[in-house]
Design a protein around this ligand. Structure first.
Ligand code: SF4
Ligand code: SF4
Length: 348
């Protein structure tokens, strides 16, 4: 598989990266088989996070004895140096590696968090020390908010930025990608299939492949999924007239009800994490049920039932989404799926 340079890291990564969220749903054997199939197909760039339950451990087992030539990326949600230290230690241990090629601060998506991570007593000095000590090779960041992402790129503290990018969430093509290029910050595209909303893999990847220095990472749960995507890479990358038309049709159809997770709709008076609620389907599809239907996700997603339908959020959404209606739909779907999961659990 073709390799491209990942910004100032100078790492040469495969044209497609592997995203480690969905393998959380696999058995250990299946997860290992998926990762090894990706390696066999020429993918050398594997991305995960310590927050993805079994993902690091299963990737660690899959790459055991075949670490050479691989680029291992993981992330932490830590906002304090001492917590970051313990997360890094755990990631090294779970992945079974002596160093991590790219260590990213996960989901820096608002300006308060940006200030916290860049503060002199924040996590950056610990991260930079870990780099000097060789525990990590490069420092990156991930974000869902375009204005925050631009500041992160301009800060000069990060070698890569990961941001959602696909033909529906196409805003990065306006400015963010060229800004990253200007600062030589590697651009990694998360959600190439719009969190599972795009099932036309050919069009989704042909769109992204036009951006010669962007590396999409795709979450894979089953071997056949990666085989299908790699076939697109092996064929012509040029979109046919029919594909261009279909892309336009999908943009029009999905765009009116597709949340870009920009969070311009906040603050919600009922403290509903609107963009997270809008991600319900993708979470149900990709995360293990025990993660989605209990603990943090359950606490956050169930806040959707508190919507007072005040409509303030809709006035702020630049995409004019019918947020009230969508919140209701997602909330009902979440409740139905949770009930089904609980019934299945009881009957076991
Ligand atoms: S309509 Fe619902 S989601 Fe929107 S701001 Fe009001 S309470 Fe929050
Ligand atoms: S609902 Fe609109 S404003 Fe809120 S995160 Fe989604 S796209 Fe952005």
């Amino acid at each position: 598989m073709e390799k491209i340079r990942l910004g100032k890291t100078n790492l040469m990564v495969s044209r497609l990266g592997f995203g480690g969220i969905p393998i959380q749903r696999d058995s250990e054997d299946d997860a290992i088989a998926v990762v090894r199939k990706c390696l066999e197909l020429g993918i050398n760039y594997l991305d995960t996070a310590n927050a993805y339950t079994t993902s690091e451990e299963h990737i660690g087992k899959a790459i055991s004895g075949r670490r050479e030539g691989l680029i291992i990326a993981t992330k932490t949600l830590a906002r304090e140096g001492n917590i970051l230290e313990s997360h890094l230690k755990l990631s090294l241990q779970q992945l079974g590696v002596e160093s991590i090629d790219l260590y990213q601060l996960h989901n820096v998506s608002d300006f308060d968090t940006l200030d916290i991570i860049l503060a002199p007593d924040g996590p950056m000095p610990v991260l930079e020390e870990a780099k000097r000590a060789g525990q990590i090779k490069h420092i990156g960041v991930t974000s869902h908010q375009i204005d925050v992402a631009k500041e992160l790129v301009k800060s000069g503290r990060f070698e890569t930025i990961m941001f959602p990018f696909n033909f529906i969430t196409c805003e990065p093509a306006d400015e963010l990608i060229s800004l990253a290029r200007e600062h030589d910050v590697g651009f990694i595209a998360m959600k190439p299939l719009a969190g599972g909303m795009l099932d036309n893999v050919t069009i989704a990847f042909k769109y992204l492949l036009q951006f010669s220095d962007v590396v999409p990472i795709v979450g894979i749960e089953k071997v056949h999924e990666i085989e299908e995507i790699v076939k697109v890479l092996e064929g012509s990358w040029r979109m046919t007239e029919a594909e261009l038309k279909e892309m336009q049709r999908l943009k029009e159809k999905l765009g009116t009800k597709f949340c870009r997770r920009c969070d311009y709709c906040q603050p919600c008076t009922a403290e509903i994490p609107i963009s997270l609620v809008m991600d319900t389907d993708s979470l149900i599809k990709k995360e293990p049920p025990e993660v989605v239907f209990s603990g943090h996700f359950a606490d956050e997603l169930e806040k959707a039932t508190n919507c007072t339908e005040c409509g303030d959020c809709e006035e702020r959404c630049p995409y004019h989404l019918p947020i009230r209606e969508m919140i209701k739909e997602y909330s009902d779907r979440y409740a139905t799926e949770k009930r089904k999961y609980q019934e299945q659990k009881m009957s076991r």
